[in-house]
Ligand binder design. Structure first.
Ligand code: NAD
Ligand code: MN
Length: 493
């Protein structure tokens, strides 16, 4: 076939902002969302004793997707009793057999990957290319990884024996619903625990769909139980006397309240909370590569990422060049319908979160930072926010201190590595950081001085089930992933 000749110069158009137009590329697979989801207790889909349901809204168009059961304390108690009864049998299942269940779950999730990706995107608003290429495959990878551990626990800590804790209670957030579920369930089951889990109220659908995977895998009833609802349900879950351990991922405010309420109890606790990560670019970095990492670091999942690189620290000598390149790169981000395969930035998870982002952005303007937004049309219906940069930010601005959890980047400058460390660590949080430089020695120096659980070097947002993830300071404590994460679910004898 003869090549078509074109007078258009894509590189030039990209630079000057005359973008190519994209035709819509909608994902059309059926998500199989039911009109109503009940609770999943003792292997059965049960009506909540409250008889109440709440609406699950798609942030993509603000339309109702389904109804979710509202679990009350009586339901939470039923879930714990089922988990406690199941534990007596599950604890005797050999590790190799537990591993088989986990492998089966991982494979079933892979089989239904497209369906789960579509459901995740409709429910939570993230771009389909992210749920398809990141959330669902990573969730499956977590089950595969922990399946491998189930029969090798004796090798995790030579000379010691690992015993399950019993029933664990888990509460997860709305930014990576299925992936956070995998981070919680896979290590708990690998170690022989049973569990009660609550998804976030705006994103319960993939969790409830996941119940069908557990059924297809033949997991014994009561080993995994799902209760749905908001803060009150979560409160009942974390304070239940049968819980031997609580694992929570969410906001620092709720994490602190949980820590206070568990003080004095013998329950174990791991908290994965907020973040305000510094992404630090030195003047010898490969700038175009760093620009891609900055864009990914803050705009991935609309910035609803606890480890988002939300504070950019650029060495002063290259600050103007980096800002210029970022502005150009931002013009080519496609914002809109998350079900379109070309979309880079989808819908903000909820109206509540959109309000929070809008309020913090207004504070940035009011406090004197300079805002930069590309002109991009946003859909009329649903919850959307344009990608946003702030330059001229100082350490005292709210946008430099508070977690925005949206597509908003605050840019600051530094002169020396020491100043970069000081500014990066000047936050109550400590979950993650990024370092961009050509010098290996500088990477090592920075990663030992940054108070952050994860430090990425010349990359950002890279995850692996074998790599532990977790925070310092108000970002929480405990690790998820890797051997360290596994040990959070076991008692060492
Ligand atoms: P949140 O902490 O209120 O909700 C997280 C989970 O905790 C949800 O399942 C929620 O129902 C549950 N919950 C709420 N109150 C509870 C209580 N008293 N006891 C037990 N469980 C309770 O977070 P949010 O309101 O959804 O989001 C607010 C902020 O939290 C975000 O803007 C962001 O800063 C942060 N956040 C962080 C993460 C993370 O991955 N670290 C994830 C989501 C949100
Ligand atoms: Mn939803």
């Amino acid at each position: 076939m003869a090549a078509k000749t074109s007078k258009r110069n894509p590189a030039r158009e990209l630079f000057f902002g005359n973008l190519w137009e994209y035709d819509p590329a909608p994902e059309t697979a059926a998500p199989h969302i039911e009109p109503r989801y009940r609770l999943f207790i003792n292997g059965k889909h049960t009506e909540p004793k409250t008889k109440k349901y709440f609406d699950s809204i798609s942030p993509r168009n603000a339309e109702k997707l389904s109804e979710i059961a509202l679990a009350g304390p009586v339901d939470v108690n039923a879930a714990y009793e089922a988990a406690a009864a199941a534990f007596e049998k599950w604890r005797k299942v050999p590790g190799a057999e537990r591993g088989k269940y986990l492998y089966r779950i991982a494979r079933l999730l892979q089989d239904r990957a497209r369906e789960f990706a579509v459901a995740e995107t409709l429910d939570g608003g993230k771009p389909i290319k992210e749920s398809r290429d990141f959330d669902v495959p990573m969730a499956a990878a977590h089950f595969f990884y922990h399946a491998g551990w189930a029969d090798k626990l004796d090798y995790a800590t030579p000379g010691r024996m690992l015993m399950p804790l019993g029933v664990v209670g888990q509460v997860i957030p709305w930014n990576f619903p299925l992936l956070m579920l995998a981070w919680k369930i896979a290590p708990a089951l690998a170690c022989g625990n049973t569990l009660v889990l609550k998804p976030a109220e705006t994103t319960s659908i993939t969790c409830m769909k996941f119940a069908s995977i557990l059924e297809d895998a033949g997991l014994p009833p009561g080993v995994v139980n799902f209760v749905t609802g908001a803060g009150e349900t979560g409160h009942a879950l974390v304070n239940h006397p049968l819980a031997k351990k609580i694992a929570f991922t969410g906001s620092t405010a709720v994490g602190k309240a949980i820590q206070r309420s568990l003080a004095g109890s013998s329950k174990r606790l791991t908290l994965e909370l907020g973040g305000k990560a510094a992404n630090i670019v030195f003047d010898d970095a490969a700038i175009d590569q760093a620009v891609e990492g900055i864009i990914n670091g803050i705009f991935f999942n609309q910035g609803h990422v606890c480890c988002a690189g939300s504070r950019l620290l650029v060495q002063e000598s290259i600050a103007a060049a980096v800002l210029g390149k970022l502005k150009i790169r931002m013009r080519s981000l496609r914002v809109g319908d998350p079900m379109d395969k070309n979309t880079d930035i989808g819908a903000i998870n909820s109206q509540k979160q959109l309000k929070k982002i809008t309020e913090l952005v207004e504070s940035g303007i009011a406090e004197g930072a300079e805002i930069h937004q590309p002109s991009c049309p946003l859909p009329d219906k649903g919850y959307y926010f344009p990608p946003t940069l702030f330059s001229g930010v100082t350490l005292s601005h709210r946008i430099a201190r508070e977690e925005i959890f949206g597509p908003v980047l605050s840019i600051m400058t530094f002169r020396t590595p020491e100043e970069a460390v000081e500014k990066a660590n000047n936050t109550p949080y400590g979950l993650s950081a990024g370092v961009w430089t050509d010098k290996g020695s500088l990477i090592l120096k920075m990663s030992s001085e940054l108070k952050a659980g994860v430090v990425w070097a010349n990359t950002y947002n890279k995850f692996d089930p074998a790599s532990p993830f977790g925070g310092y300071k108000e970002s929480g404590f405990g690790r998820e992933g890797g051997k360290q994460g596994l040990l959070e679910y076991a008692e060492l004898l």
